[in-house]
Design a protein around this ligand. Structure first.
Ligand code: FES
Length: 96
């Protein structure tokens, strides 16, 4: 399962991370705090990822299953504006 965490810390909010979150929600068809019905994605809000100077920031990680949110690995996408979300999610789908 891919875990996507959109930072809603102060710097990211000022860089319109709520719009990034809305785009992720509409692209995946779920709200923050939910999993997709196929168990492929989980979307969450999160606090500061310490990449404020490159806001908005989004953490992308992977867990073993929808029931196990222990992250196996992860990376941070920076300058993650809403227009980048569809390509980001499509690339994750292809990597599954
Ligand atoms: S507030 Fe988002 S990375 Fe710091």
């Amino acid at each position: 399962m891919h875990i996507i965490k959109v930072c809603t810390g102060g710097s990211c909010r000022r860089a319109f991370s709520e719009e990034t979150l809305k785009k992720a929600e509409s692209t995946l068809g779920i709200s923050a705090g939910e999993n997709t019905s196929d168990g492929a994605f989980r979307l969450e809000k999160c606090g500061c990822l310490s990449r404020c100077e490159e806001a908005p920031s989004v953490f992308i990680g992977k867990s073993q299953s929808p029931l196990d949110h222990f992250l196996l690995n992860g990376t941070i996408a920076t300058h993650c504006t809403p227009s980048k979300i569809p390509d980001l999610i499509n690339s994750l789908k292809k990597s599954s």
